[in-house]
Write a protein that binds this ligand. Structure first.
Ligand code: NAD
Length: 293
């Protein structure tokens, strides 16, 4: 199977690097410097998504939102203009499941299959080969794609038909965004009341309040290396998409609504491109205490 990868930022770049261990691939990103980083690993730069798709049986995308995915597929020189009938697009973006389902329907009329396969575990999880891949696809397409995803990680989950991988990813990110927020708030209170940041991190990681935030994020912040390689803007997008699904389906998301607005507040202070862990600065300012190194 001839593979291609579009979207080589923090996440897509790490996933493509992993795949390049076993497959040579065509690659494309709006930023030439992101393509250049993969040149010596076997990533052959394409001129545009159309040219890439003309050379591939299967194209993966990892772009900021479903809007960029739509552009890359249906835009001038997009994938749909180059891909042959029978081709498969696997979208690894944390996207809007309803937008993905609509694009899949449109592509089916051209004989192209679109499935969703978002990931969780960050660029370091991709590098380590431990990242979770949540696939929304018909059974036969899942069976075809599984050997490719296995090169990235053994942690592959078939969630159901197209769109369900992205629904699952939104469930995950609403949980992780909320836990990160309440953990930062509680640790701030702890430090203001005499605990050290290090003690909070160590004890939480071994207690009932433990989570990805306590096991991975707090130790990183404690070591002075806070960057998560994930932006406030992308996290806000995920919580917003989850709450939109809640509204559309009549499933109230009261806590998620509050968390979404906290991320908006952090974006207004630090910008959408600010690292997600800058959220801790909000609590520091509100409590007038220095918490994180
Ligand atoms: P990023 O901003 O680092 O990378 C996005 C890349 O897409 C950039 O290189 C940009 O140049 C490129 N791009 C944008 N529009 C394009 C277009 N039309 N055609 C071609 N290239 C285009 O973002 P990221 O952190 O890599 O996130 C990508 C997706 O993965 C998002 O949906 C995000 O929510 C998800 N995700 C990220 C992480 C993480 O830890 N960074 C973890 C899990 C999921």
């Amino acid at each position: 199977m001839k593979l291609g990868y579009i979207g080589l930022g923090n996440m897509g770049g790490a996933l493509a690097r992993r795949l390049l261990r076993q497959h040579k691939m065509r690659v494309y990103d709006l930023k030439p410097e992101n393509m250049a980083k993969l040149a010596d690993k076997g990533g052959a730069a394409s001129q545009n998504p159309r040219a890439l798709a003309a050379e591939c049986d299967m194209v993966m995308t990892c772009l900021p939102t479903s809007k960029e995915v739509h552009d890359a597929i249906f835009g001038l020189d997009g994938i749909a203009a180059g891909m042959k009938r029978g081709g498969i697009i696997a979208d690894m973006t944390t996207g809007d499941p309803n937008a993905t389902r609509a694009m899949a329907k449109e592509l089916a009329a051209k004989g192209i299959t679109l499935i969703d396969a978002p990931v969780s575990g960050g660029p370091h999880g991709a590098d380590a080969g431990t990242i979770a891949i949540m696939v929304g696809a018909p059974d036969d397409v899942y069976a075809k794609m599984k050997p490719v995803f296995t090169v990235i990680s053994p942690n592959i989950f078939h969630c159901g038909d197209v769109g369900t991988g992205q629904v699952m990813k939104l469930v995950n990110n609403v949980v992780t965004a909320s836990i990160r927020t309440i953990t930062f708030e509680a640790v701030t209170m702890g430090v203001k009341n005499g605990l050290s940041f290090k003690a909070c991190a160590e004890v939480l990681a071994k207690s009932s309040g433990r989570s990805y935030t306590t096991e991975v994020t707090l130790p990183r912040i404690a070591s002075g290396n806070a960057a998560a390689s994930f932006t406030l803007g992308l996290m806000h997008k995920d919580v917003r998409l989850a709450t939109e699904l809640g509204v559309a389906s009549g499933s109230p998301m009261l806590v998620a609504g509050l968390v979404r607005e906290m991320y908006q507040t952090a974006i207004n202070e630090h910008g959408a491109d600010g690292d997600v862990n800058l959220m801790i600065r909000l609590f520091e300012r509100q409590s007038k205490v220095k918490v994180a190194p």
